[in-house]
Design a protein around this ligand. Sequence first.
Ligand SMILES: *Cc1c(COP(=O)(O)O)cnc(C)c1O
Length: 425
Amino acid sequence: MKDQKLGTKCVQAGYTPGNGEPRQVPIIQSTTFKYDTSEDMGKLFDLEASGYFYTRLQNPTNDHVAAKIAALEGGTAGMLTSSGQAANFFALFNICEAGSHIVASSSIYGGTFNLISVTMAKMGIESTFVSPDCTEEELNAAFKDNTRAVFGETIANPALTVLDIEKFAKAAHTHGVPLIVDNTFPTPVNCRPIEWGADIVTHSTTKYMDGHGVAVGGAIVDSGKFDWMAHADKFPGLCTPDESYHGIVYAEKFGNAGAFITKATSQLMRDLGCIQSPQHAFYLNLGLESLHVRMPKHVENGQAVAEFLENHPAVEAVHYPGLKSDPYYERAQKYLGNGGCGVVSFEIKGGRKAAEAFMKKLKLAAIETHVADARTCCLNPATSTHRQMTDEQLAAAGIPAGLVRISCGLEDKEDLIADLAQALE
Ligand SMILES: *Cc1c(COP(=O)(O)O)cnc(C)c1O
């Protein structure tokens, strides 16, 4: 079954019912699990046996869906989290602690940028941000003795820059640390970062994986390829005894294939919570069953809308890695052979006022703080998420006042283009 194709995995991986069992992944709506003897349960607490005892740490519904995502990404283990933010925090905090340092691409989601630069800094974890287009020398120069992880996004939200995964993986491995890649926008249908050298992959499942704007969630997948013991001095949490589990050494007991996710589950979920609810995992699985059918349509609509906008006289510039004119076109051809995603951003002539007037006239595309939904939606950062900033501050942040981010849904592209055309008039 190892060489199943991606679409088959989207539909079937992660859950195989036995004789007479539910065909669809069952929602195990139970906080707790029953045992015949304390001894049986004690083995679970000691990580001597695998099983369930409390849904704050693990739930069977979540594990079926996490196994599907791990199969899609080509990883050895996976887990679901309550949100994409929790996934990125857990992926980093599983190997970083006070005194550690992170190298991150500067072109990442705003929430993750704040997480790393402000909140994790308060925990004593430093960071250095580098341009996704920096040279190898500049990238290598960002590392310090206490660097423990490298972080980037395959396609950045909302900048739509494309990460040179091989370059970042090479630098990370030269310095003995893993590369963590947030693969939310392409999904494993359009890019599998592990195949390019990433060690850990994260997702905001809220976006295309769910795909219907139903449930906030996140996921972490481990490639199983990073050799923790070879860098034991850097990763004491994985390579020295965990006193809260009778001295277990995760990297020894669970090997490279299982250590990272087992530690994140048994320590971080235990102490911090952030589990996805089984009900949300069920919704997520419904989305995953059609992910391989939906992604090509999002890409087709994104490409058509980007090409229409590029040729429109009221439009100053379009950012979409599928356009030949885009600075990331070559890199997208390499990493995103089937296309990237359905999100396009463009600058409208006339700045903030023109953007506001344009968006008011849209009939199909709704104004929302969301992307990657079946329904087309759009946002003008200058009048919404970034409205506290002046035009000068926006320009300095690389977000022109007239920038509109449009997330192309699954409608017919002719109708989307007609809607944009009437609103641009
Ligand atoms: C939305 C998003 C997140 C945060 O995910 P939530 O599910 O909203 O917490 C992280 N990374 C990327 C690339 C995103 O688009």
